[in-house]
Design a protein around this ligand. Structure first.
Ligand code: AP5
Length: 214
């Protein structure tokens, strides 16, 4: 199964992806996680992406397209794309690459959450810099405050989860990324709209009920 997970920043894409990959045994390909890995490794791509990410801007399309097509190429058995495509240009490039490989996306899950619900989700998020696990100071607390449950050590707040950067990310989502849903409507993609303001478990139940039909 090949899926795309769309939704604004902080909608719960990463949280739901982790549950989808456990249930269906597909690979999680998160553009944000790959970029953070590149930064941690000190690569040239990571250095180029740093400034854009920390200010809430999108990293240029050409860098992202090359990075994600490369990641997908080695995953023949299935994946969930999280955070990609994020512009219509990226969507068109993805379709071109899939067509060339004779492949297709089975479903486009679109998590729908209002901005006023999202902002506190992001500012309260805490992440493990080692294993990538995601928590929330109120909604998804670790067993011991400030520590990863998997024994990795202290949790951190992502630099782009600071309130002023969050506001910029939401603005950019509405200006550049929301149009990706319209793009998939125009090319006849299988869009699955999920109201995603409930608890993580409630959202997972809605997502799984739809994916089981594919
Ligand atoms: P990226 O890492 O992709 O960030 P994002 O899309 O903004 O998404 P987030 O990771 O912030 O949120 P999420 O939807 O995964 O939510 P989560 O599950 O963590 O991208 C970061 C940056 O990289 C971008 O700004 C850009 O610079 C660059 N980039 C990446 N891809 C790019 C691309 N394609 N093109 C150009 N640039 C790109 O949940 C958030 C919090 O809420 C957590 O604390 C969680 O515990 C909590 N939560 C989750 N679900 C619920 C729920 N149902 N109820 C209550 N709380 C919940």
């Amino acid at each position: 199964m090949k899926l795309i997970l769309l939704g604004p920043p902080g909608a719960g894409k990463g949280t739901q992806c982790k549950r989808i990959i456990e249930k269906y045994g597909v690979k999680h390909l998160s553009s944000g996680d790959i970029l953070r890995g590149e930064r941690a490794a000190g690569s040239e791509l990571g250095e180029k992406a740093k400034e854009y990410m920390d200010s809430g801007q999108l990293v240029p399309d050409d860098l992202i397209i090359e990075m994600m097509i490369k990641a997908m190429t080695s995953e023949k058995s299935g994946y969930v794309l999280d955070g990609f495509p994020r512009t219509v240009v990226q969507g068109e490039a993805l379709d071109k690459a899939l067509n060339a490989a004779g492949e297709k996306i089975d479903g486009i899950v679109n998590l729908q959450v209002a901005d006023e619900v999202i902002a506190p989700r992001m500012t309260g998020r805490r992440s493990c810099p080692k294993c990538g696990a995601v928590y929330h100071v109120e909604n998804l607390k670790p067993a011991k405050e400030g520590e990863c449950d998997k024994g990795c050590g202290p949790l951190v707040q992502r630099p782009d989860d600071k309130p002023d950067v969050v506001a910029n990310r939401l603005k950019i989502y509405h200006e550049q990324t929301a149009a990706v849903v319209g793009y998939y409507q125009s090319v006849g993609g299988n869009i699955i709209n999920i109201p995603a303001e409930g608890s993580p478990d409630e959202v997972t139940a809605l997502v799984i009920a739809e994916l089981d039909k594919i």
